[in-house]
Design a binder for this molecule. Structure first.
Ligand SMILES: O=C(O)CCC(=O)C(=O)O
Length: 294
């Protein structure tokens, strides 16, 4: 029986109805999800009850799971599961990453040479207010760009740096190991890609890591990026997710960015995240190169 699904928000996000992700899914169901995912970069599954192993098992159907450079945010029980939380342990150390502050528009791991572009977030504890997450459809955003801006970024590569991302974090999230530093030199990625399934062009952006454009001086590169970000994040391209406990949300970082509202630091919030290396046969997967040293 075909999957039941319905549009959410303005339509680029879609809710998949009735799937129990803790059960093993047959290949036909996964194929249907892959087809839906190509057209709808955000898929939402409500009312889930998943162990870390079940979350990892479902995510891994779409590609090998990543262990991110943020080993300090990994679940002690399952290293491919990242804890996104403001909760602290008995020694007052954060149990995971990303705290309670605002997170600006970003695409996970854009600072890596070969980013794991698939991601899944599963909500276990939520604050009564705030902490909503927004996704922007960068294929629709590309289509909506004036021709002048399309021409301006044609063939151009952005410079993506984790150092910029870190500067926007709070507290200990800013601190990374020497090994993580070694793994995250600035990289270059094309600013536009073509989706291998839909044939649609899409922007590849991350406001929290882009520090310039290859071959352009700093001021003109920044000015062009500012214009692109403003045009790309217009409300008509955005889906706002109002989290419910038990939501599992699968998204494709290859043609979206997301951002999060801050929330009351005294409230509890816990989500678990996996990231997956998706295949370039079915997804936009930026192939980065090292940025030249200054
Ligand atoms: O906490 C959230 O809702 C979003 C987390 C996030 O931005 C991420 O996992 O990259």
């Amino acid at each position: 029986m075909p999957l039941e699904s319905r549009p959410l928000g303005r339509g680029f996000a879609r809710e998949i109805v009735g799937l129990r992700l803790w059960e093993s899914q047959d290949e036909g169901t996964i194929d249907e999800l892959r087809a839906l995912w190509a057209a709808h970069p955000v898929l939402v599954f409500r009312r889930q009850a998943l162990s870390e192993d079940e979350l990892a098992a479902f995510s891994a159907r779409f590609g090998p799971l990543e262990r991110t450079v943020r080993t300090d945010w990994a679940s002690p029980a399952r290293s491919e599961v990242t804890l996104i939380s403001n909760l602290k342990d008995a020694q007052a150390n954060p149990i995971g990453g990303l705290g309670d502050g605002e997170l600006q528009w970003h695409s996970d791991q854009s600072y890596m040479m070969q980013p794991a572009t698939g991601a899944m977030l599963y909500a276990l504890e939520l604050p009564p207010e705030g902490g909503r997450t927004y996704w922007v459809d960068l294929a629709a955003a590309y289509a909506g760009l004036p021709d002048r801006l399309k021409r301006a970024i044609d063939g151009k590569r952005g410079i993506f740096s984790y150092v910029k991302r870190l500067a926007g974090y709070q507290g200990v999230d800013r601190v990374i190991s020497e090994e993580a530093k070694r793994q995250t030199p600035p990289v270059l990625h094309p600013l536009a890609h073509t989706h291998p399934v839909t044939g649609k062009k899409a922007l590849y952006l991350d406001w929290t890591t882009t520090i310039g454009i290859e071959g352009m001086d700093e001021a003109s590169g920044q000015a062009l990026l500012d214009e692109i970000y403003e045009a790309a994040t217009r409300p008509e391209f955005v889906y706002r997710h109002d989290w419910q406990i038990g939501d599992a949300l699968l998204w494709d970082n290859g043609f979206t960015m997301h951002r999060r509202e801050p929330f009351d630091p005294a409230a509890r919030r816990l989500l678990k995240r996996t990231t997956m290396f998706l295949s370039c046969d079915r997804h936009i997967v930026p192939e980065g190169i090292l940025a030249a040293a200054d």
